[in-house]
Design a protein around this ligand. Structure first.
Ligand code: ZN
Length: 227
């Protein structure tokens, strides 16, 4: 069995956050057919899954939720347990690092794509402003692409359009694609707060990007409630 050749369709890993939302807009400008996949890995902030669902609906593309609860059993990180989110100490990874997460996610997305004759995968990983996660780096993606090609005998391409962009450049990319409004549906806060807490590392990185781009964050505008 051979999967269809690359080009016409793409699977986008959609987490419900800013980067994957930008990747969805990027993919829709390049591929005639886009399918989104969200991995339910037991993230304690279930609001992420709702955000992904709403963004896919706004984009009018199919959305699949794939369960993957093994990371809860593995433990040891602040995204699938009640452990407080802490910034990294010198030379160490932050406790929001979920070991193997992107490797597993892309492998699941590739399996999903393979069954549908799709060979193009799109992910929002980025090494420019990255939180120290080694599975967001370009060399990891290059190696994983080779493993997926060999392991499923399919000419997969992993697209990581944000890999070398700053957060500000990512904001401007989505604006240029005309989809900045989708970010009013997105979720970034590591504390799961609505409106966003503004103080966790994820909120701060997001705010820094918008400030550098000189644009207001549509999420903060949406979160302002009349008094
Ligand atoms: Zn936050």
């Amino acid at each position: 069995v051979t999967a269809a050749p690359a080009g016409a369709a793409a699977v986008v890993l959609l987490s419900g956050g800013q980067d994957s939302t930008t990747c969805l807009a990027w993919a829709m400008a390049r591929f005639s057919r886009v399918v989104t996949v969200t991995i339910d890995y037991g993230q304690r902030h279930r609001i992420e899954l709702d955000a992904a669902r709403r963004i896919a609906a706004a984009a009018n593309v199919p959305h699949a939720l794939i369960p993957c609860d093994s990371f809860i059993a593995l433990g040891g990180n602040s995204l699938t347990s009640s452990m407080p989110v802490e910034a990294a100490s010198a030379g160490a990874l932050p406790n929001s690092f979920v070991p193997g997460r992107n490797l597993v996610f892309l492998t699941l997305a590739a399996a999903f794509a393979w069954q549908r004759g799709i060979a193009d995968l799109v992910t929002g990983v980025c090494q420019t402003d990255y939180s120290g996660y080694p599975d967001c780096r370009a060399d990891t993606m290059t190696a994983l692409q080779a493993a997926l090609r060999a392991g499923m005998d399919c000419p997969f391409t992993i697209h990581a359009p944000l890999m070398h962009l700053t957060k500000a450049e990512t904001v401007l990319l989505l604006r240029d694609l005309g989809r900045l409004d989708w970010l009013s549906l997105s979720h970034t806060c590591y504390n799961g707060a609505v409106p966003p807490c503004g103080t966790c590392p994820a909120c701060q990185l997001r705010a820094k990007g918008f400030a550098a781009a000189g644009l207001p964050d549509p999420l903060l505008r949406a979160a302002v409630r009349p008094t």
